[in-house]
Design a protein around this ligand. Structure first.
Ligand code: AMP
Ligand code: ZN
Length: 489
């Protein structure tokens, strides 16, 4: 490898060389979804961003333990610790069990991420499966004097913590500003100060998601689950913590405070935040309705776009922007990505069929170096893709007889295109698309080849029979000088 991986650390605001705590191993925690509705494409963008981090670390031969949780309790409707639990609310509205809500949207989350070809994490723990661990952390925070109990609820004392720690260091806020800017919750909350946050909430009588704890029958605060699960599976200090930009404050800030209050150590070496996907220039969000579901794009069943776009094209579109830039989705951008994706895949598929020449006219060493440099520069997928287009250009010029490719070059170009396109970027060939009908196209191609063979053998009965039977089931053939084209009705 010609250069070292550098990662932009939100904590320092700088790109830093990546050095894991244990050489050869990486611990990575990413905040997972709150499973109370279908994941929208904005959520998927964040998970794809971390799928790239995971894939590239594996490409670099790190052994990665990737933990991504499922939030199935404790996430209230707003950040001020008031309002209903999102899952309980959905259950109430739909008149079903909270765990039915959780099951339904966890399945949707898994299916959607699989369609987008995201690798599953190594461990996927749930908040409700870690209530005991969360209670233990609250006890420790209380013992250390950084929390207080009021009426069966426990709150983190931000001002007390800030006396000898720095609350706000990740999001660049200071406590004085927070005091001025935090909404007063007069009468709605037991908190001493509005900027304090809940570690444990006493459940109201009608609240169905409740667990026994020393302070009350209640439920944990949202921020606590990630501290409990990351510590349990990755230790008190680990390498990477990720999530969307909107989680920096208060969620991640609170995670740092909880961990430092109990261990006196900074929990995470590299904080990575993925930027937002926007629609019509505004953040895609579940709560505002400004969103589109991946499935609506894959099937074309939406009012925003004139046609459907396959999962690999959507993934490619997302990867054509750097994960730290805002990305706006539009028909024009998707259509451009579709073209680019096919240009790249066509070139890849052509490679195998190219004639072997005497010389290799492509500076592959330099090309490989540039590809690695791109990914080593904070996972810069758009720059990597630009280099992949250079390789595609070379392949096309060999096809057109303008340049030559020798056997050695063909072998190694195939190897590295495989690695970058499929292992690192996680793209799929058009015919491999899950959810698309790749198998149908392959079957029709097979029948067309058999028909061609029959024609060459002058077995016109058979060749006409194949054509007519295909026509009966709605596959129209059209013979052209370049070969047989077809349309499916
Ligand atoms: P949630 O289920 O709301 O907790 O969100 C799951 C993940 O999606 C979090 O990491 C969020 O930061 C992220 N996210 C939410 N909205 C967007 C968006 N519009 N673009 C990118 N990521 C998002
Ligand atoms: Zn989290």
């Amino acid at each position: 490898m010609d250069s070292q991986l550098h990662v932009y650390n939100s904590l320092s605001g700088k790109k830093e060389p990546f050095t894991p705590i244990t050489p050869g191993y990486v611990g990575m925690y990413v905040c997972g979804p709150t499973v109370y509705s279908n994941v929208h494409l904005g959520n998927c963008r964040t998970f794809i961003s971390f799928d790239i981090v995971y894939r590239y670390l594996r490409y670099l031969d790190y052994k990665v333990r990737y933990v991504r949780n499922i939030t199935d309790a404790g996430h209230l409707e707003n950040d001020e610790d008031v309002g209903e639990d999102r899952i309980a609310k959905k259950a109430r509205l739909e008149k079903i069990e909270p765990m039915e809500v959780v099951q339904r949207y966890t399945v949707d989350f898994h299916n959607t991420l699989a369609l987008l070809n995201n690798l599953p994490p190594s461990i996927e723990p749930t908040a409700t499966g870690h209530i005991i661990e969360q209670i233990e952390i609250i006890k420790k925070i209380l013992d250390a004097g950084f929390a207080y109990e009021v009426n069966g609820s426990v709150y983190f004392d931000v001002l007390r913590f800030n006396k000898d720690h720095q609350y706000g260091k990740l999001s660049g806020r200071n406590v004085e500003d927070l005091i001025h800017n935090t909404r007063s919750l007069e009468g709605q909350s037991d908190k001493k100060n509005p900027q304090d946050f809940a570690l444990w909430k006493k459940a109201e009588p009608q609240h169905i998601m409740r667990w026994p704890a020393p302070w009350s029958d209640g439920f944990p605060g949202w921020h606590l689950e990630c501290t409990a699960m990351s510590t349990k599976y990755l230790g008190e200090q680990f390498d990477i913590h990720g999530g969307g930009m909107d989680l920096k404050f208060p969620h991640h800030e609170c995670e740092i405070a909880q961990a430092e209050a109990t261990t006196k150590k900074s929990p995470v070496n590299y904080w990575i935040h993925a930027n937002m996907l926007t629609l019509n220039g505004k953040k895609m969000a579940k709560s505002t309705g400004n969103n589109i579901l991946p499935n609506e794009i894959f099937t074309g069943d939406n009012t925003l776009f004139s046609k459907s776009y396959a999962p690999s094209i959507v993934r490619f579109f997302i990867l054509q922007a750097h994960y730290r830039s805002i990305l706006d989705i539009s028909e024009k951008a998707l259509a451009a990505s579709e073209k680019g994706y096919h240009r790249l895949m066509d070139a890849y598929q052509l490679l195998d069929r190219l004639p072997i020449g005497e010389t290799g006219d492509f500076d592959q060493q330099q090309w490989l170096k540039l590809c690695h440099q791109a990914m080593n520069d904070d996972f810069n997928t758009p720059v990597l893709i630009a280099h992949l287009f250079d390789a595609a250009k070379y392949i096309n010029s060999v096809k057109n007889g303008l340049q030559s490719m020798d056997a050695k070059q063909k072998k190694s170009l195939t190897k590295y295109l495989n690695a970058f396109l499929f292992d690192v970027l996680g793209l799929e060939l058009p015919t491999q698309e899950k959810g698309s009908d790749g198998k149908l196209e392959q079957t029709i191609d097979l029948l067309l080849n058999l028909r061609e063979e029959a024609r060459l053998n002058k077995d016109f009965d058979l060749s006409d029979n194949i054509r007519d039977r295909l026509q009966d089931i709605g596959v129209q053939l059209k013979d052209t000088p370049e070969g047989t084209a077809y349309t499916i009705e």
